[in-house]
Design a protein around this ligand. Structure first.
Ligand code: SF4
Length: 184
């Protein structure tokens, strides 16, 4: 009798999914990217006091092609929006995004024409982190939350399709006229 018949239904796929989830969450590298004051707290997360290297993530990659996590740390200006999108597009698949601080998540106190009112207008976000600025411990908590999501993510999900749907939903909820033409 083969293992497929002996094992409960879905056993092999579930085991493979768990293994893939574990390796993905344990091999996450952030891209070097900071936009405003929140980035100072993100940098502090890499210091020995907070020690992001406990999770094997201390190597902030200088090339998006070697990174699979973008931490959007700070407000996104209209001028920077295409740059953020280009860096995101160049990152390796599968990739994840943490929106760090109220400015990145919703524009924060900058309710004006110069600031994108939420980075989810241009890229999909997996974890929103509140605060102004969030402390390094809060960023570590967001990273652990993301790890948990990645560990339990089923295989075969079309993340690109889900990402495009999330962008469309954000744009429909709060249209940003300057973002026209940025989405594909
Ligand atoms: S949330 Fe606060 S600390 Fe972060 S970018 Fe905005 S103003 Fe700066």
């Amino acid at each position: 009798m083969g293992i497929e018949e002996a094992a409960p239904s879905g056993f092999l796929l579930t085991t493979l999914e768990k293994a893939v989830g574990l390796t993905r969450k344990a091999s996450m590298w952030p891209v070097t990217f900071g936009l405003a004051c929140c980035a100072i707290e993100m940098m502090a997360t890499g210091t020995p006091r907070f020690d992001i290297s406990r999770f094997g993530m201390e190597v902030f990659r200088a090339s998006p092609r070697q990174a699979d996590l973008m931490i959007v740390a700070g407000r996104v200006s209209q001028k920077m929006a295409p740059v953020v999108r280009q860096v995101y597009d160049q990152m390796a698949e599968p990739k994840w995004v943490i929106s760090m601080g109220v400015c990145a998540s919703s524009g924060g106190m900058f309710n004006n024409y110069a600031i994108v009112q939420g980075v989810d207008h241009i890229i999909p976000v997996d974890v929103y982190l509140p605060g102004c600025p969030p402390r390094p411990e809060m960023l570590l908590n967001a990273i652990l939350t993301l790890h948990e999501q990645v560990r339990n993510e089923p295989l075969g999900v079309n993340r690109q399709e889900a990402a495009r749907a999330a962008e469309e939903a954000a744009m429909t909820a709060t249209p940003t006229s300057q973002m026209k033409g940025l989405l594909r």
